[in-house]
Design a protein around this ligand. Sequence first.
Ligand SMILES: C[S@@+](CC[C@H](N)C(=O)[O-])C[C@H]1O[C@@H](n2cnc3c(N)ncnc32)[C@H](O)[C@@H]1O
Length: 753
Amino acid sequence: MSMENNDLERCPWTKALWRGHGHRCPSPTRRRESSLLGTKRQRRFWGISRRMLWARSGAKIRTATGKRQQGHLILVFLVLNSNGLLCQVWTDLVSEGWAEHCLEALEKVQLQGEEVVLPLVTGDGLHSAVRCVVRKFGRCSCFLFSCGHTPPSPTVCTWPLEIRSMEGLGKCAFALRDLPAGEMILEEEPFYTRMPRAQLQKRPEWDQAWLAAFNGIRAALKAPEGSPFSEMPEKPLLASTALVLDLISFVLLPESLKGALYGFSSPALDSDHALVEVARQLAELCKERLPECKDADLGMLQFAILVTEMNIFPGGRIFWTMSRINHSCAPNCVFSAAPNRWGLRSVRPISAGEEITISYLGEELLLPTVQRQWLLWRSKCFICGCRRCASPEDPLRDRACSSCMPLPKRWRVVHQPAVWRRKEPSTAGRAVALLKEGTEFDTNGVSQRTKEGLWIFAEDSDLKKNGWVLVDGSTLGLGQLIEPIDEEFANIWPGRLKHRLKRTVFNRPGDAAREHYLNWYDLDAQKLTAWHWRKEEDEFEESDSAGSSYARFSRERNWTCESCGEEIEAFVKEEQLLGEVAQRVFAMALHDQRRASAAGVKGLVLPDENFVLTALRLADDAGRLFGRRHWIWQMGLLFAVDLDLSLNRFTYRKWDAEWISGTASMLLEVWDWLASLELSQAPSYFLHSRASRLSKEMENVVLVRSDVEKQPAVEERFLRLRSKLQRRVDGLSPPVSILPDREFIPETLFIAH
Ligand SMILES: C[S@@+](CC[C@H](N)C(=O)[O-])C[C@H]1O[C@@H](n2cnc3c(N)ncnc32)[C@H](O)[C@@H]1O
């Protein structure tokens, strides 16, 4: 039975410990061994003597510290042996009946190398519990760690998960009972925090020679043979500052923590993965140049980089339990982080025995399978075989059916010498006009597909000459007969895309007139672009998206339209090309945007002031070509949401109801579509953090009476979207905020203005 919180407040142990140690465990890199063993007073209080816990062979001991959270004090014993972590034992000092539970639980720990999480319930004083653990495992292997875990509620002191090893996957976490969606299933504090980047600044070793050597570190990243992405081109992997931080942080760790890290997942040092080679080269450089690394073993330095990279969480933290959670591209949990509170939350119901997974990717989860697998191979050295990667279907590649979707309006004859316009959509139909090569004409958007191919209805000022024109004459032994030249579509027609992107950037009408170097956020121009989007947004809200014509993607059957049943094979190249550009453009950090502008990214020249507009057009084009379910459009929406948020933060632009409603509906569109695929990961950091920021902005929007009277629908829509967004944000607690906001306008520019 647990004590009530009030009792806890009065508990002298709690008070003493709490006062002595504060709320948070200090960063391990900054701890000294003595402080790790606690103050003398604390040790006396706990009944711990240095001799009692001091390791006879290698220091594997850490002292007790306390933590008070949700009314509990928690201590964690990590029992280590030469193979690594043997088990974790938690204590809950405010519960009663420790002895029986303790002995029973400890009896279960039999397997060497097996990690078992045991609740150790005690109310009679820590030394009894310590004695119990030490008796079972021996002093030299018992490592008493602190403040790592807090049970989810005062009455439950064990997490509903266990860690087991699985063939090919290493350690995995499994649910011990059925878990509902939205449950906080674990909260813990990191035992390792990567040193802050600022500590690398102004070091004497960081001279030109270091930079030259550092920049020279690289290794070619090859796809393993037979992997799904073996066709992908080799790409170099470079050293980064984060890897140096990993290495120095590890070297400065106390031996006991280093020992614990040896039990975590890491690729073999002789593996031919590029990261292993980069780590080796970097370890050599650091051993040669950095005083901290001079006496360290080269293999250990290489391992330090790899083990940290494999297990680190956003913010540079490693956790005892959470770092054991495997990845899935359709995860059932999400890593959630409020200030100083890190945990796992289920995002859908999980059955007992099911593996608990999170996503190591952020919004890259939207990418198609091969790209996701490639990213995971690059950063975490494994080929993901989760259920989403294994599925032949990929709904985020579904696309609007080119037969059923609206047609471009204006067309040009490209067949020599001419084509016929006919009364009926058939080559047997009566000819009403001969259209010479180069003739341009409009359609009324009506089309019909026959055995001969797609026919469109062409209009003429002479109504008698209205009639049907065949688009592609392949079935008749001819080639393409007519091509769209509609302004909106010319860009995305096969073969024109790259050309168009360059042309748009350099020859956009009105560019010369707008010479200001920040002109890409020219508000009027932005507004036009946004209007364009918002208009579609309205249509989307009104129409039933499920009923529109979409071709489902399947690796085995390519795309098959749900509505007309047609298999679509065209546009594969265009999807690939647009996809490659989109991946680079939408993920590009601000400083890279500038570099890309100056140097061009693989043939794509994106001058600074045009970068954002170009990115928006890319999304727009992809949306028109592939439809709203496609990942490029969806990434474009996120990009546009970030842009809107930045505009408001860094310019004098103020939100109005109409504008912000558009932003909200873009975000909700992504959220809804992903939720329908069970991929929303609510509260995922890439949706939730944007939603909470936008929701705050919406609270501050003042509805101007005169506008509202003119357009009551605007107010109605604004209020509806505001409460929808608010409900989603409020439904998730604690808040999740991991990734920094993506700003399109750096703060320095704002200040300069
Ligand atoms: C943070 S650790 C996860 C725990 C790890 N399984 C262990 O044994 O400690 C990350 C490593 O786990 C493995 N891993 C995680 N998710 C995986 C997956 N979906 N498929 C294969 N291996 C995976 C990879 O080796 C990856 O580098």
